[in-house]
Design a protein around this ligand. Structure first.
Ligand code: AMP
Length: 214
């Protein structure tokens, strides 16, 4: 099963991708996570990617496409995968389609999680992450047991630089301009599966399972 998760930043792609990966036993490939790991490790890719991420812009396709295509050609991905955060441009989608077509392969479905901009801003402004173990919380929806402290490892929680209000607005604008056109691209190819993302995590996952079963 080869799936793509599409949606604005904060639509819940990461959460749903983890649930899908667990449920179907396929790897979860998150380009955002790959870039963040590179930033943490101070790699050349991380240093370059950070410049764009901190502004709410997309990392250029030259740095993104080969990285993902290499990952997808690894043996772990041979039985399928769920892509979270890739593709984010028509150019990336075309590169992915072309690489798969060369092997006589194709993406099965694109899960498009739809959430209003206001809800996105509300969700992202409350998001807190643990810089030590990567656990994720929300001041209202998933509060840690002790305010500002990670339940899992006890580290002080932080606001991710790209969750700061100005960056969130820029990321939303980037989404509408560069990523939203992918909905049309995949609809034309009969792959787009629309999901109402304005519900709780479990209901969104139920919709995904139900629609994929069809
Ligand atoms: P995410 O965690 O998926 O929201 O990604 C965080 C940031 O990483 C994005 O705002 C982009 O700057 C960058 N990024 C992630 N995936 C891509 C991609 N496919 N193309 C370009 N930039 C990306």
């Amino acid at each position: 099963m080869k799936l793509i998760l599409l949606g604005a930043p904060g639509a819940g792609k990461g959460t749903q991708a983890k649930l899908i990966a667990n449920h179907f036993g396929i790897p979860h490939i998150s380009t955002g996570d790959i870039f963040r790991t590179n930033i943490k490790n101070g790699t050349e890719l991380g240093i370059k990617a950070k410049e764009y991420m901190d502004k709410g812009a997309l990392v250029p396709d030259e740095l993104t496409v080969d990285l993902v295509l290499d990952t997808l050609s690894s043996p772990e991905c041979s039985g399928g995968y769920v892509l979270d955060g890739f593709p984010r441009t028509i150019n990336q989608a075309e590169a992915l389609d072309a690489a798969l077509a060369k092997k006589g392969d194709a993406i099965d479905s694109v899960i498009d999680i739809e959430v209003d901009d206001e809800a996105i801003i509300e969700r992202m402004s409350g998001r807190r992450v643990c810089p030590a173990c990567g656990a994720s919380f929300h001041v209202v929806n998933i509060p840690p047991a002790k305010e500002g402290i990670c339940d899992a490892c006890g580290a002080q929680l932080i606001i991710r630089k790209d969750d700061e209000p100005e960056t969130v607005k820029a990321r939303l604008a980037t989404y509408h301009k560069q990523t939203q056109p992918l909905i049309g691209y995949y609809t034309e190819r009969g792959k787009n599966v629309r999901i109402d993302g304005m519900q709780d995590m479990e209901s969104v996952f139920d919709q995904i399972k139900e629609k994929l079963a069809k």
